[in-house]
Design a protein around this ligand. Structure first.
Ligand code: ATP
Ligand code: MG
Length: 228
């Protein structure tokens, strides 16, 4: 019995490690592509647009304007792809400001309020990347599926864990019934990768949806896993 139990635990540990390594490898790959788009395409386009702006094209104002408009949208597109692949500046900016930027970018689509309770401290980069991705996917789902007008993000630090609650006032969905896509699967594997627990709930008299995540502090994360 005891031996079987030990064997089972080793198997569970192994599976968990595979999941974590998989997420980490994906993240590394995305980072490489994102940095390439950001630094290479993005910066080149910026230089080109500066150059274009200084070019003496008097009499060709319309052409100049058209190219300039195209340039701006190319720059935005490159930035958009890069950000969705990997949150390039997250490390320097930190999760809170990064989420604020996301909120500003989506302000024409949905009203998002971010509430960070006092005492909140910056987290390990791994955690911040996972949380950003979860918020990003949840938000995308809300915009895509819920017809909500408002979305709330709440973060609070406790001594043993950190709580994150994301909710919307849309039509809501039944977790058991709904056909899960990559979005929810990714959210859940990211939650698992932080050794966190979670709960999906319905809000507002069965309208709206809510995701509650509790992330333990003092944890062993994949970036601390030994290479054996
Ligand atoms: N905030 C929400 N409000 C209402 N319905 C939702 C919400 N989030 C998810 N859903 C429902 O859950 C389903 C599964 O979501 P999930 O993100 O896994 O897949 P998806 O958004 O359909 O596709 P993708 O793989 O591109 O994310 C959605 O199709 C939608 O029906
Ligand atoms: Mg989705």
């Amino acid at each position: 019995m005891k031996e079987k139990n030990v064997q089972h635990q080793a198997e569970v540990r192994h599976q968990k490690k595979l999941v974590l390594e998989n997420i980490k490898a994906q993240e590394e790959e995305r980072k490489k592509i994102a940095v390439m788009i950001h630094d290479d395409i993005g910066n080149r386009l910026n230089i080109l647009s500066l150059w274009l702006n200084n070019l003496d094209t008097q009499g060709d104002e319309l052409i100049k304007k058209n190219i300039y408009d195209q340039m701006s949208s190319l720059i935005d597109a490159a930035r958009g792809i890069s950000h969705s692949l990997y949150p390039v500046n997250l490390e320097s900016v930190g999760l809170v400001l990064y989420v604020e930027e996301l909120i500003a970018n989506l302000s024409h689509k949905i009203n998002i309020s971010l509430q960070v309770m006092t005492g909140y401290e910056k987290k390990d980069l791994f955690i911040e990347v996972q949380l950003y991705r979860i918020i990003q996917e949840f938000t995308t789902n809300v915009i895509k599926h819920s017809t909500a007008t408002d979305l709330w993000i709440y973060m609070k630090d406790y001594s043993q864990n950190m709580t994150v609650i994301i909710s919307d006032n849309g039509q809501g969905f039944d977790y058991e019934q709904v056909k899960k896509g990559m979005g929810i699967k990714n959210i859940e594997s990211r939650i698992k990768s932080m050794n966190a627990t979670h709960k999906w709930e319905k809000t507002f008299l069965n309208k709206g949806s809510r995701l509650i995540i509790k992330i333990p502090k003092h944890n062993e994360f994949p970036n601390q896993i030994s290479p054996d």
